[in-house]
Design a protein around this ligand. Structure first.
Ligand SMILES: [Zn+2]
Length: 79
């Protein structure tokens, strides 16, 4: 029987690498008995998906000029 610590470690490992059959089994066994770890992993997966989403889609455009630097080019006496 694996501990919560082992289970959470396996859970986060599972997002990065393929777990062995033994690891998957012990993780599944633990999840069946422990609601806390299941919830933790759901949050971890959601967080990961969110950060990936941000990294891919919501990165601010590089090299954008600051507002107000372009447009007003000196000519101030136009009446
Ligand atoms: Zn647990």
């Amino acid at each position: 029987m694996s501990s919560c610590k082992d289970a959470t470690r396996l859970g986060s490992d599972a997002l990065e690498r393929k777990l062995s059959l033994r690891e998957r089994l012990s993780l599944r066994m633990h999840r069946a008995l422990c609601a806390g770890c299941t919830r933790f992993e759901e949050q971890l997966a959601a967080l990961r998906a969110l950060s990936r989403h941000w990294a891919e889609g919501h990165a601010p455009p590089a090299g954008e000029p600051p507002p107000g630097s372009a447009g007003s080019t000196g000519a101030g006496d136009e009446r």
